[in-house]
Structure formats: C-alpha cells, structure tokens
Ligand binder design. Sequence first.
Ligand SMILES: Cc1cc2nc3c(=O)[nH]c(=O)nc-3n(C[C@H](O)[C@H](O)[C@H](O)COP(=O)(O)O)c2cc1C
Length: 375
Amino acid sequence: MSTLHDEVTVNGMKLRNRLVLPPLTTNCGGPEGQVTDGVVQFYEERAGDVGLVIVEAAAVRSDGRIVPGSLGLWEDGQVPGMARIAGGIKNAGAAAVLQINHAGARGFPSGGEMQGASPSGFSFRPDVEAFFMRPEQIETLVSDFAAAANRAREAGFDGIEIHGAHLYLISQFLSPLTNQRDDRYGGDALGRATLALEVLKAVRERLGVNYPILFRFNVVEHVEGGQTLADAVAVSRALAQAGVDALDVSLVSTGSWQETEEGRFLLPASAFPKHQPPGANIPFIARIKEATGLPVIGVGKLGIGTMAAKSVEGSLMDLVAIGRQMIADPESAAKILSGKAEEIIPCQECMACFASLRKGPVICKVNKTLPWTAA
Ligand SMILES: Cc1cc2nc3c(=O)[nH]c(=O)nc-3n(C[C@H](O)[C@H](O)[C@H](O)COP(=O)(O)O)c2cc1C
C-alpha cells in the first residue's frame, strides 16, 4: 500500500515523500518581478518536510503578471534571484519546481503589448480590455514560455510547471467559456488545447527529454459554460501523449460575477470555499490518473485530518498538495507526516489570503507572521 512517506521519482526528479507545497502567489516580489528576502523566507519556511515545492506563478513576460508583486523570469537578470529560491528549497531537502505563467486578460494593468491577451476577447476586469490574440502573437508567447523555462533551469530548479489552470491565459484557451475562436486554436477540447500543446512542445524542445515538466490544469470549471471533466480527460490524454511528466490537477471551484458600471466580470476561485467538504475533487483527480497513467498531484483541502494519507493509500493520486493549510501553519506537513495531525493549527478557510492579494502581500488571519515585508 502506498503511504505519504514513499519516495517518488518524476522523470529523474527524486521526491523524499508524497507531500507537495502547491504554487501560492505571495505578491511579495519587487516592482520588476524581482525575488525579495521575504519570498525566499516564505519558501524556506515551508520546504523543510514536503517532498516537492512548486513555486508560485512566475511571469514569462512583464505583462503577464497576476499581481504587481508576482515574480518574473522574462529576462536573464532575474535568474540569480530565482536561484536563491531554488537553492533555499533544495537545501531544506525538497525538490524545487517553478510554475511559469502568463495571466492574459486576468493580469493587472501593466501596460505591455500583451496586456489583455485573450483567445477571443473575454475581459476579467474593468481596467484591462481583453483583445483577440493574432497567431503571430501566440507564436511570440510560446517562445516566451520556452525562454522562461530555460531560465528556470539555469536558476537551478529541478523542473518546471506550465500554468494551464484558473483561467489565466493558457487556461482561457482551454476553456469553452473564454475561447470562441474558429481557427486552429479553438473548437473542441483538443482544438482549444493547441496552445497548451505548443507550449509544452517548445519547452520540451528547449529543455530536453530528461527535464521534468509538469502541467497544471482545471479538471472541471464550476462556472456556467466552463470546461467539463470529459474535456479535461481529453486534454490530459493529449498532454500525456505529448510527453508531459506529471499532471497537477486543480479546478475552478466557483465563479462569482462582479457587477460594475463597466459591466459584469467573472471572478474565478481556485480553492474550495468553507461550505464545500474536503476532498470533493478526489474522484475527478482519480479519473485523470486512470485516464493517463501519469503521476498526478491532487489538491483541495487535503491538509485536514487524515485526508492526505487516505488519498495516497487508496492510490487515488500520487502526490498530495496542501495549500492554505501550509500558509496558516508551515509545520502542517511535518505534523501530518509524524502522525500528529491533531496538532495542526487549522486554516479557517476565510479566504483572507486570496482577498489580500488584491491589495498587497499575502496575509493570513491565523498566521500573524504574514505578511512579509518586501526587502
Ligand atoms: C494566496 C493563494 C495564492 C495562490 N496562487 C496560486 C498560483 O500562483 N498558482 C496556482 O496554480 N495556484 C495558486 N493558488 C491555488 C493553490 O495552489 C491551491 O490549488 C488552492 O489553494 C487549493 O488548495 P487548498 O485547498 O489546499 O488551499 C493560490 C492559492 C492561494 C490561497
């Protein structure tokens, strides 16, 4: 029977156990995407026990940041800062993967050429107008992903994760809600996966067959018109065939519509709200594992009680990611692994961490050591 303590290898990347810190945007980067002492400290504090740390979404272009304090890897000068994060995580005994992203029309207004980039003009915020990406802009974006991935390797990361979830740019292409194109980047689930597959191919060509590449995507989008499980299964099989090494299975858990004078804007959520039970996503994650045979990472309030242990004992997933609970109590992984889950200081699921990102660095109502002051 599988246990949380098992060592796992993903395309040569050795993980000492099955626990993962998933990507968590701290909004603690400098104004040009630089790594700050606060960011390094956030990861060092949480890398001591998990097998794998996936570092928060780093933008492949300056106009692809989610929030003003997102990290960036769009130029070589950003490599030494990133090397500090990778080094800190590896010194603490975990493997280090960096998530690379372009926020598209969900990003904050940064003023660049690709601000508002979108498959077919679906806007997410009143201050960023979405525009229809031309094929040559898509081509530029694909090479930006490959260049950023290469910098991540130079910075010492053991692998990279392509962010195809939560309705950022790649995810907007994957979702029928936001992709109504009628060229080869649109259509059915496989047509909509064209960008994801092109990014994967370009990154693979740049990094070679032996470099671990993970892909994060939505297994379902609980928003009217969003992606279904059947679509996600088709996409995951195509990614597997194209040579991805592991799938990080996330979701859009809810989508609320904000009414403003400029119109209605969708605010998608990537975490289960308080009223949803832990593990609601597990059958979906298991379906992706079954459909692809690839190592899968599952997420969704799995830091509660014995959820993590049960998820791997039943072979429902290979790796268990624990997000908000690790913000609230960085020792959660240690406590779970040593069978002392009852000592965990519980996350209140109040969503203050998400809300805080609209204003500045991440905060936590339970963990008063946050926010870190950017230095
Ligand atoms: C403050 C915050 C920032 C997040 N930033 C990212 C991110 O940069 N990339 C990403 O893929 N997911 C991000 N997520 C989603 C988490 O990785 C995770 O999937 C989600 O919190 C659900 O897991 P949980 O129920 O264990 O918290 C973020 C979540 C939180 C709370």
